[in-house]
Design a protein around this ligand. Structure first.
Ligand SMILES: [Zn+2]
Length: 166
């Protein structure tokens, strides 16, 4: 299941690569084009005891709701976690455990980490969303690898320029 979630993350990233520098808005714009279905990022203000994020499937669009009065990394993590539920087609009630969220957002208190959704969910769905969100966030924050072919081409051009002008 963990491997399936990682595979899913790789498949999504192959179709919709993470922009560098990372921008959630930019990535979600391209993700919605890729899926052919609008995704609205909806900001909300977290209040203690309330949810930090949720996904709502509407007939014509998906709503990804996330708290904005937390660190940027945590906002992105919550949004990606909800996007992962959406991409996996989960139908459950989403609960991020304090331990899970604290790994990604150590600056948040436990009270901030409750996370509500409509229906009952399975631990398996949570683990899948969590694994996928972690893989997505990791890709989002890793600089792209240098393409050796592009580097060779640039070096060849530079050498030729030296020959012409040197
Ligand atoms: Zn969840």
């Amino acid at each position: 299941m963990v491997n399936r979630a990682r595979r899913r993350a790789r498949t999504v990233l192959a179709a919709v690569p993470a922009p560098y520098p990372w921008s959630l808005d930019n990535w979600v714009d391209r993700l919605e084009q890729h899926r052919g279905r609008p995704i609205d990022l909806v900001e909300m203000v977290y209040t203690p005891g309330g949810p930090v994020g949720a996904w709502r499937a509407r007939p014509d669009r998906d709503l990804i709701i996330y708290a904005v009065n937390t660190s940027l990394v945590h906002q992105d993590f919550v949004a990606l976690h909800e996007i992962a539920h959406m991409l996996c087609g989960h139908r459950g009630r989403c609960l991020i455990s304090p331990e899970q969220a604290a790994r990604h957002a150590p600056d948040l208190g436990e009270a901030a980490l409750e996370h509500l959704f409509g229906r009952a969910t399975t631990d398996e769905e949570e683990l899948e969303a969590e694994t996928m969100a972690t893989a997505l966030l990791s890709a989002a924050t890793t600089p792209p690898a240098i393409d050796p072919a592009a580097t060779d081409e640039a070096a060849r051009r530079a050498r030729r320029a030296m020959e012409v002008f040197g």
